[in-house]
Ligand binder design. Structure first.
Ligand SMILES: Nc1ncnc2c1ncn2[C@@H]1O[C@H](COP(=O)(O)OP(=O)(O)OP(=O)(O)O)[C@@H](O)[C@H]1O
Length: 335
């Protein structure tokens, strides 16, 4: 079966003339042949099957938006090839076909007509995408329900709150029932409640339409809630592509036991007492023990603490995806 998205050895370089200061410099810049080259994306390959949801993550400037823009046909790769449902998105003759297949939400800016009521924007999109009346009605009802658009359908987009605007944008990106949805920071700036509703709606859309979704975000909760697979990008290259569970496994062999006691504790001797694979530190009044499960167990550590100290409070935690990903960015490697 053909993959829904196939990215093959794609690279993208941006060429920018080196600017010289002042008006004379500006004139010189115009005729200059000197450039700086940014290799925003270097040799990236992956493929997505129909209905997959993948988290495309990486630090600022890693090349995420550049990849998304190439998959949407806004930018052309410097080398390599991208196929979206069998079409080249940046090919002038195939662009139109690809646009029918994709929906895009850029959290940072709206795609809607600012002064028009949402309902009118949806009507315009219906005409642009040539959606039949029956299809439009079915999707409109579904989207109005899952995204709770009713209260503000008749308001101009510029008067919407950020949460309402994001929901409106998501509805607009889906009115032509695309097979693929690109979400670039869809929950940026949203409060926890609104964010949760947005995530729920995306899940429901995926359940009903089996949409292939590429999600770019800095919010690891979104990734954990929505994706089974992540692609981690670093300086234009893929550092990891696989199940979230596997990263958690390879980095998640650490547990943290934190306890509160009134007793005076010498951290160095505590560390020696507890043995191999243990690190002891202070954390907000608590004594924090980080243990490597390859050497010891939470049970063992708990027993030692409770046998030896009078404990007022105790907490056990594991690394969150957030802290694991931070470690991966820092060490730039994955075991
Ligand atoms: N049009 C452009 N012209 C020149 N350089 C660009 C252009 N677009 C992006 N870049 C550069 O390419 C690199 C990758 O940028 P990109 O926007 O893809 O990163 P990102 O992973 O989406 O980052 P962020 O999380 O900050 O959105 C950056 O160094 C950026 O400055």
């Amino acid at each position: 079966m053909m993959a829904m998205i196939e990215v093959k050895h794609v690279a993208k370089d941006f060429k920018k003339p080196i600017r010289k200061p002042g008006i004379v410099g500006m004139m010189k810049t115009l005729f200059s042949t000197k450039y700086t080259i940014t290799n925003a994306v270097k040799d990236v390959s992956f493929s997505l099957e129909r209905g997959e949801i993948v988290g495309y993550i990486g630090a600022n400037g890693a090349g995420k938006s550049t990849t998304i823009k190439m998959m949407c046909g806004i930018l052309t790769p410097s080398s390599g090839e991208i196929m979206v449902d069998g079409y080249l998105p940046y090919h002038p003759k195939q662009r139109k076909e690809v646009l029918k297949e994709i929906g895009v939400v850029f959290g940072q800016r709206t795609q809607l007509w600012w002064d028009l009521p949402l309902i009118e924007s949806l009507h315009i999109l219906k005409a642009i995408y040539d959606v039949s009346a029956a299809d439009y009605q079915e999707r409109f009802e579904f989207l109005t329900k899952v995204l709770e658009l009713d209260p503000f359908l008749n308001q101009p987009v510029r008067t919407l709150s950020l949460g309402q605007r994001m929901r409106a944008d998501l509805a607009a990106s889906l009115i032509h029932n695309p097979k693929i949805l690109f979400l670039d920071e869809p929950t940026i700036g949203l409060d926890v409640l609104v964010k949760d509703r947005m995530i729920k709606a995306i899940k429901e859309i995926h359940r009903v339409y089996n949409t292939t979704i590429v999600l770019t975000t800095h919010n690891m909760d979104d990734i954990t809630d929505l994706c089974k697979r992540v692609i981690i990008l670093d300086e234009g290259q893929i550092l990891y592509d696989g199940p979230i569970q596997a990263i958690k496994k390879s980095f998640g062999e650490y547990r943290h036991v934190s306890f509160l006691t009134k007793e005076l504790i010498d951290l160095v001797s505590l560390q020696e007492e507890l043995g191999k694979g243990i690190q002891v530190s202070k954390d907000d009044g608590y004594i924090k023990i980080t243990l490597n499960m390859a050497y010891t167990s939470v049970n063992q550590v708990l027993k030692q603490i409770l046998d030896n100290y009078k404990v007022d409070d105790i907490k056990i935690s594991e690394d969150t995806l957030e802290s694991i990903v931070k470690k991966i960015y820092e060490t730039k490697q994955i075991s």
